[in-house]
Structures are given as C-alpha cells and as structure tokens.
Ligand binder design. Structure first.
Ligand code: HXC
Ligand code: NAP
Length: 293
C-alpha cells in the first residue's frame, strides 16, 4: 500500500532539527521515526522518563546521536525553556516544533469536576501556547524563523460532546495557529495544524474507546473510506508541513480523516444504510409524487 510508505526523498530533512512533544508514544513517536528516517535530529519530550528512554533505546541503534530526549511537563514553562536550551546546545539550531502532547478522556460533561477541565486545558491548550511562545521568542532572537505544527482534531472545528475539555482546548489551538501565522510571518515563522480523524494508538484507544463501548459505537462505520488512518500517512503529512517543501503553506489546518467529519455533517449521508435493493421501490414512491396533495 503506497500510503503506508514514506513520501519524501531520502535525506530530505538532513541537517534539520526538530522538537516533538509527546514524541515517545503514539502518533508523536511515528512522526519522530519518520523525521529520523529522513535524516533529521529529533529531541523528544514528555513527562515520563520510562516512555522517553524506551523510545530512545528503540531508535538510537539506527539513528545514533540524532535522537535525544528531555523530560518535560508542558505545563511548566521552565521545563520548556530547558528543552529549547538543551536542543540548541546539542545541535546548534532548531528548525521546527511539533506540538503533539495531549490529554483526553470521554465523559459526560456534567460529571466533570473543574479540575478535570483544568488538567486537559493545562496540557493541551496552555502547554501548546507555552511551547509556541517559548520557541517563537527563541526564533525571533536567533533571527532564523521556523515551523510550528500543531496536532488538533476534526472536532476542534465542529465541537464534540463527551470530550468537551479537549474540544475547547483544540479549538483554542486552531485560533493560536491562525493568529500567529499572520503575526509571526514577518519573522519567518510558519504555523500550521493537522486535524486527524481516528488513528489507533494505545493512549487514545484506552481513553476514548474503552472496552464495552464497541457494543454501541462502531467508529469504522462513521468513516466513508471504511478504515482507520495509518500512522505513516500522518507522518508523511507532518514531515511535509515541518519541512521547507511547504514554505508557502501558512495558517492552515489540514484534515486527514477519510471523510469522517463531513459524513457526520451531511444531512442525507446516512442513507448509505438503506439496502441497495430498496432503491427501486423508493424511486417509484418519490417519482410518483407529482403534487403536494
Ligand atoms: C472524569 C476524570 C477522568 C475521567 C481524570 N479525571 N480522568 N474525570 N472522567 N475518565 C479527573 C480527575 O478525577 C481529577 O479531578 C482530574 O481529572 C485530574 O486527574 P488526574 O488523574 O490527577 O490527572 P493526571 O494524572 O495528570 O492525568 C492526566 C490525564 C491522563 C489527562 C487524566 O489521562 C493522561 O495522563 N493522559 C495523557 C495521554 C492521553 O490522554 N492521550 C490521549 C490523547 S488522544 P478531581 O476533581 O477528581 O481532582 C486525543 C485524540 C482525540 O486527544 C481525537 C480522537 C479521534
Ligand atoms: P498518546 O500516545 O497518549 O500521546 C499523548 C502524548 O502526550 C504522550 O506521549 C504523553 O507522554 C504526552 N503528554 C501528556 N501530558 C503531557 C504533559 N503534561 N507534558 C508533556 N507531555 C505530555 O496519544 P496519541 O493518540 O498518539 O495522541 C497524539 C496527539 O494526536 C495528541 O495531540 C492527540 O490529541 C492527537 N490526536 C490523536 C488522534 C488519534 O486518533 N490517535 C486523533 C486526533 C488527534 P507522557 O505520558 O510521557 O507525558
């Protein structure tokens, strides 16, 4: 399958340096893997050293000292400044930031405490704002510019019940992306976002599709292309948006969801569920309706 293969040419990112938050697991890890395969240096960061050291150990034999990690809670601005400082000291420059760190879980909103809102908004929205602020200040001081890529979701635009703290936070990130794309373009800083539909990861699946929900919800049925996303196709898009090949793409949010959100929005898209054999009968009824009486 071509969409499961890398898209950019060999060494397309040689000499480039990226920071990936949430880079030790899930989608952040898959994007990190591809950036490394394309020749980049990658600093991964998140809260749990055990996640970071395991991913480092997995990639280090093939990519040597082009992979490094730093423990960082994105809710702590000093942690973030440290990551930027360590990355700069190690590789001399930074070309891009992927904001992938997130927290999420499903719950009826009326069951949530204010602290449940806080924890998600602090990680997702404030963490992304803090890291973007810090890297922006660094790039402006260096006079180099760079690319920020934020991972949001399709419900950042549509909203969604049962994940409201996440929806509120991701919507804020879209506003951040579009605002700074304009304000910081003069410094050579590009801002973009990817809005993925469902891509299987342990982190998302255990919190969003816990055992038992499959009796009531089949997420595949919601997707016109009838499959989940493959990590490589997301990594291809992310690598492109973080690279200079996308130099004229600024302020966009690119959806990669197999058509899922549009299907949910289309008034009659659910008519797919009508058995094909029934359409002759339905057509007769509709065509036969010559007047409103
Ligand atoms: C209701 C909950 C809850 C739940 C936690 N809380 N889980 N409330 N239902 N399931 C409440 C707690 O009771 C507490 O409030 C507050 O939230 C903080 O909880 P803690 O457990 O202390 O937080 P913490 O240990 O910091 O853990 C953060 C976390 C956890 C977000 C809750 O899940 C986590 O670490 N997640 C990181 C990875 C992750 O979520 N990955 C999935 C991203 S997927 P009180 O009032 O009791 O003190 C994604 C995909 C979107 O975003 C789109 C898919 C298609
Ligand atoms: P994941 O593996 O759980 O990724 C979340 C990452 O965030 C983890 O690596 C976690 O690492 C890190 N993290 C959480 N809190 C943090 C904090 N306070 N500071 C620093 N790092 C923190 O889940 P995923 O599915 O790959 O999600 C990755 C991104 O894609 C998220 O932004 C998510 O919203 C987005 N997304 C995913 C899907 C999907 O279907 N999978 C769809 C749309 C959007 P630690 O635990 O080590 O801190």
């Amino acid at each position: 399958m071509i969409h499961q293969q890398g898209m950019l040419r060999d060494d397309a990112l040689k000499g480039k340096v990226y920071i990936v938050t949430g880079g030790a697991t899930g989608l952040g890890k898959s994007i990190t893997k591809y950036l490394l395969e394309l020749g980049a240096c990658v600093m991964i960061c998140s809260r749990k050293e055990e996640n970071l050291s395991a991913t480092h150990a997995e990639f280090q034999p093939q990519h040597g000292d082009r992979i490094a990690y730093q423990v960082c809670d994105v809710r702590d601005f000093l942690n973030i400044e440290k990551v930027i400082q360590v990355t700069h000291e190690r590789w001399g420059s930074i070309h891009g930031l992927l904001n992938g760190a997130a927290g999420n879980f499903i719950s009826p909103t009326e069951r949530l405490s204010h602290k449940a809102f806080d924890v998600i908004i602090d990680i997702v929205l404030k963490g992304t704002v803090y890291f973007t602020q810090a890297i922006g200040a660094y790039w402006i001081k260096q006079g180099t510019g760079g690319a920020v890529l934020n991972i949001v979701t399709t419900y950042a635009s549509t909203g969604s019940g049962f994940v409201v703290p996440s929806a509120v936070s991701k919507a804020g990130i879209v506003a951040l992306t579009r605002s700074l794309a304009v304000e910081w373009a003069k410094y050579g800083i590009r801002m973009n976002a990817i809005a993925p539909g469902p891509f299987p990861t342990e982190g998302a699946w255990t919190r969003l599709f816990p055992e038992g929900t499959e009796k009531y919800v089949d997420p595949i049925k919601r997707i016109p292309l009838q499959r989940f996303g493959h990590h490589q196709e997301l990594a291809n898009l992310a690598a492109y948006l973080l690279s200079d090949y996308s130099a004229y793409v600024n302020g966009d949010v690119i959806t990669i969801d197999g058509g899922e959100w549009l299907k949910g929005a289309g008034e009659f898209s659910h008519l797919d569920e009508i058995p094909p054999a029934m359409w002759d009968e339905l057509e007769k009824k509709v065509r036969g309706k010559k007047s409103n009486s």
